[in-house]
Design a protein around this ligand. Structure first.
Ligand code: 2U9
Length: 340
């Protein structure tokens, strides 16, 4: 039986050397040392030996077990080492390779223009007010002195949702809402940037566009205050040497009303293609707030006066950057947008 133990030991050691996977190694261990293993089976036969032979045989089996256990541990470590090497090899990083740079986006030209306008007016002490794009007929028209039958509120020009609810056609309802909220507090000095909607669609009109409107209400506000603020704005926006001029106009919500031209930023006033030879470019509408509108905001027109103005952001962006077709601002074509 001792020879049998030696044979198992030698055969197993030889087999172990050829094992290349940890699973096979475990299977072999069970085959020899497991409950039904070949060495365990020999141990069970000890009963047939004499009392003198038993301890000697036990020692031989234990020695064989120790030798095999040790060989297993060594072989396991070796296979684990090989597996680790393979993994390291497979996951190797070449840190000398150049990195992949991320593409950096930037602000849309309209966002840039809106933020530039906001900065200019914040610098002159204005607050920024915002409000809903879906409005009631009252705030969009009625409160702004545009009664039901007024031609400026033609049904076909506005996006109506119901008879009383529509997409705002101007940001003026925000000013009315603000006056309602803060009165009788003075002064009111706000600009309202935001999206507005009208049924227009061509090279110079879009069904959705952006406006920045302004409103100042206080005791003793005069047209010269309006002119001063707009001259300051025009010079910061279009250049220090700009001049402005006011032409009489009409809006239902302001009286008197004026359209404002800025001296041409391209030719400096000499006359060119952009200003159509006049030297002047219209940039906004304005006026003294109509007494009825002040009243609708909760103020007494006998005690306070105010001025208001409104401009289309797309138009200003087109002038500032020389963009010929408004639709370019909404196409999201990177070949256009990357130029800014
Ligand atoms: C209140 C009172 C008065 C806002 C004003 C204009 C003149 C104006 C146009 C410019 C180009 C709209 O985008 S555009 O088509 N706007 O000409 N807007 S005065 O007047 C107000 C606003 C709010 C409470």
């Amino acid at each position: 039986m001792k020879e049998e133990v030696r044979r198992i030991q030698e055969e197993t050691l030889a087999e172990l050397k050829g094992v290349t996977s940890l699973d096979t190694l475990q299977e072999l261990k069970v085959k020899v040392l497991g409950k039904k293993g070949s060495l365990t089976a020999l141990l069970r036969q000890m009963g047939s030996l004499s009392a003198e032979e038993r301890p000697i045989f036990g020692q031989v089996v234990n020695e064989a077990r120790d030798v095999l256990e040790k060989a297993w541990v060594e072989q396991t470590q070796e296979l684990e080492q090989i597996a680790l090497q393979r993994q390291i090899e497979a996951e190797r990083l070449d840190i000398s390779l150049p990195g992949v740079s991320t593409i950096r986006g930037h602000q849309h030209p309209l966002t840039r223009v809106i933020e530039e306008m906001e900065d200019i007016f914040l610098g002159m002490g204005f607050d920024i007010a915002e409000g809903p794009e879906i409005e009631t007929d009252y705030y969009n028209f009625e409160a702004l002195n545009l009664p039901k039958e007024h031609p400026a509120r033609e049904m076909q020009d506005s996006f109506y949702i119901t008879e009383e609810i529509l997409l705002r056609t101007q940001t003026s309802p925000v000013q009315v809402r603000t006056m309602e909220r803060v009165h009788p507090q003075l002064p009111v000095k706000i600009i309202c940037p935001g999206k507005v909607y009208r049924k227009d669609d061509d090279a110079t009109h879009s069904p959705m566009f952006h406006q920045v409107e302004g409103l100042v209400v206080d005791k003793g506000i005069r047209m010269s205050d309006l002119k001063g603020i707009l001259l300051n704005f025009s010079r910061q926006m279009f250049g220090e040497s700009r001049e402005i001029r006011l032409r009489p106009s009409f809006f239902p919500f302001t009286e008197p009303s004026a359209e404002v031209d800025v001296s041409c930023m391209l030719c400096g006033g000499a006359g060119c293609r952009i200003c159509k030879g006049t030297g002047w470019i219209e940039i906004l509408g304005s006026g003294m707030v109509h007494p009825k509108v002040l009243e609708n905001g909760g103020y007494n027109p006998k005690e306070v006066t105010g001025f208001a103005f409104g401009m289309g952001v797309e138009r200003i962006a087109m002038l500032k950057y020389g963009i010929e077709d408004m639709r370019l601002l909404f196409d999201n074509d990177l070949r256009f947008l990357q130029q800014f």
